[in-house]
Design a protein around this ligand. Structure first.
Ligand code: NDP
Length: 448
């Protein structure tokens, strides 16, 4: 584990004391603090003004009951969360996650990461995150709709286009955003398109939002490769997950000439050395809503493994795009031994601290999630811009904006890493660049 500067130890101890047992939140705070020693040495006023303590404490945390009735008439109770972490740069912005593993610590880690990610985009958006421990797997359309309506019946009072603007995340895609937007509109009697992003194109959504996180992560990897005179063309790529981020990562990698040879879900991993057939994956996941094991039954030469790690499949580029802590130190050691050149995090905090340390030591190009997957939220901000001006842009215009934003994020991280004497260290660069913009805004707004 990397040491944190002694000047930050007191603040970190307060975080541990105030949020006991929230391990993922502690991990996310520690990872940022490991990068900030030199920053507070140069600017001691960040400490004197209690900025670090304030940045670690959410502005508001909302926890609520979500009762709903299943198809058999049985009543269920889930727990809903919205953590409004920091609004120094704009309205709270960040997705909603529906997954049985959700608890306050998970939402706080995601919300904390979101502050710095949103700052890195250069756009006027603060950080927040929310969700529920509801498990959508195996639920009917009617059950999903009733759950989303009940969730929004409480959440709506905390939202607003200038206050808090959620989007999707694990378990929340276009369908769920639709049901929540419908319920918001019904309760408030307002067609307030800017209150949620990830909407359908016919009712206020933005082209490219669905593709944005995966496309953006791939653009970020392309930028990293170019710093070494390399390109995506001909590379073997492994992408974990088979959801929104993973599918559109595969799409963009293939467009740039790379070959994706493995994907996964919580039931195991799929290897297709001939290159993943994206149309088949999209049909299985988006239309039929089946498991990826189905792919191996329909495509000759493909294999599904219920056990084992996807990271043992030799590749040039690894793009973890499923969930937190899915790539361990052991996995990183195997990837390095197999000659991995670049790792781009599509998911939030998918690599453990040990894995990150090994990648940095081995000089593998490593794009941390808060920079590499920021294309999703950046395109959400573009959706908000289109909603505010009652306009809609073409696919080409929006994708061009996304690729420019990703290029800018890449160069801010790279430049900041150079400035702080750690060239090529995107973890340090992202943390410092993300922190400084929020911290300076917080200073300007006074102690609030
Ligand atoms: P989806 O729900 O669309 O897909 C998630 C995928 O990850 C599924 O294939 C799921 O498999 C798999 N998965 C989830 N948990 C586990 C687990 N414990 N072990 C193995 N596989 C797992 O979510 P997204 O694609 O939207 O999100 C993926 C990641 O990207 C998350 O970390 C999210 O926070 C992050 N992210 C998403 C953004 C977005 O715009 N959607 C923006 C920025 C980051 P299964 O179906 O079997 O559960």
């Amino acid at each position: 584990m990397v040491a944190i500067d002694e000047k930050l130890e007191g603040v970190y101890a307060t975080v541990l004391h105030r949020s006991p047992g929230e391990l993922e939140f502690h991990q996310a705070v520690r990872e940022v603090f490991e990068s900030l020693g030199l920053v507070v040495a140069k600017n001691p006023s960040y400490l004197a003004e209690g900025l670090l303590e304030r940045i670690c404490e959410p502005e508001r945390q909302i926890i609520f009951r979500v009762p709903w009735t299943d198809d058999k008439g049985q009543v269920h109770v889930n727990r809903g969360f919205r953590v409004e972490f920091n609004s120094a740069l704009g309205p709270y912005k960040g997705g909603l996650r529906f997954h049985p593993s959700v608890n306050l610590g998970i939402i706080k880690f995601l919300g904390f990461e979101q502050i710095f990610k949103n700052s890195l985009t250069g756009m006027p958006i603060g950080g927040g995150k929310g969700g529920s421990d509801f498990d959508p797997k195996g639920r009917s359309e009617g059950e999903i709709m009733r759950f989303c309506q009940s969730f929004m019946t409480e959440l709506y009072r905390h939202l607003g286009e200038h206050t808090d603007v959620p989007a999707g995340d694990i378990g929340v895609g276009g369908r769920e955003i639709g049901y929540m937007f419908g319920q918001y509109k019904r309760i408030t009697n307002r067609y307030e398109a800017g209150v949620l992003t990830g909407k359908g194109i016919a009712w206020g959504g933005s082209l490219v939002r669905t593709e944005a996180t995966g496309y953006g992560a791939t653009f970020f990897v392309k930028e990293m490769l170019e710093t070494r005179g390399d390109a995506m063309e001909g590379k073997k790529v492994v992408v974990s997950g088979a959801g929104n981020v993973a599918i559109y990562t595969v799409e963009k990698v293939q467009q740039l000439g790379g070959k994706v040879i493995a994907m996964s879900d919580s039931g195991g991993c799929l290897v297709d050395q001939d290159g993943i057939d994206l149309a088949l994956i999209k049909d299985i996941k988006n239309n039929r809503r089946e498991r990826i094991s189905q792919y191996a039954k329909e495509r000759t030469g493909a294999h599904h493994y219920a056990e084992g790690s996807i990271w043992s499949v030799p590749c040039d580029i690894a793009m973890p795009s499923a969930t937190q802590n899915e790539l361990t130190g052991r996995d990183a050691a195997i990837l390095i031994r197999n000659g991995v050149k670049a790792v781009g995090e599509g998911a939030n905090m998918p690599s453990t601290p040990e894995a990150i340390r090994l990648f940095l030591e081995a000089k593998v190009l490593f794009g941390p999630g808060k920079a590499a997957n920021a294309g999703g939220v950046a395109t959400s901000a573009l959706e908000m811009q289109q909603n505010a001006s009652r306009d809609s842009w073409t696919f080409e215009t929006t994708e061009k904006r996304l690729s420019e934003i990703m290029r800018n994020i890449h160069s801010s991280c790279a430049n900041m890493a150079d400035e702080y004497g750690a060239p090529g260290n995107y973890v340090l660069g992202a943390n410092i660049a993300g922190f400084k913009r929020v911290a300076d805004a917080m200073r300007a707004l006074g102690v609030v």
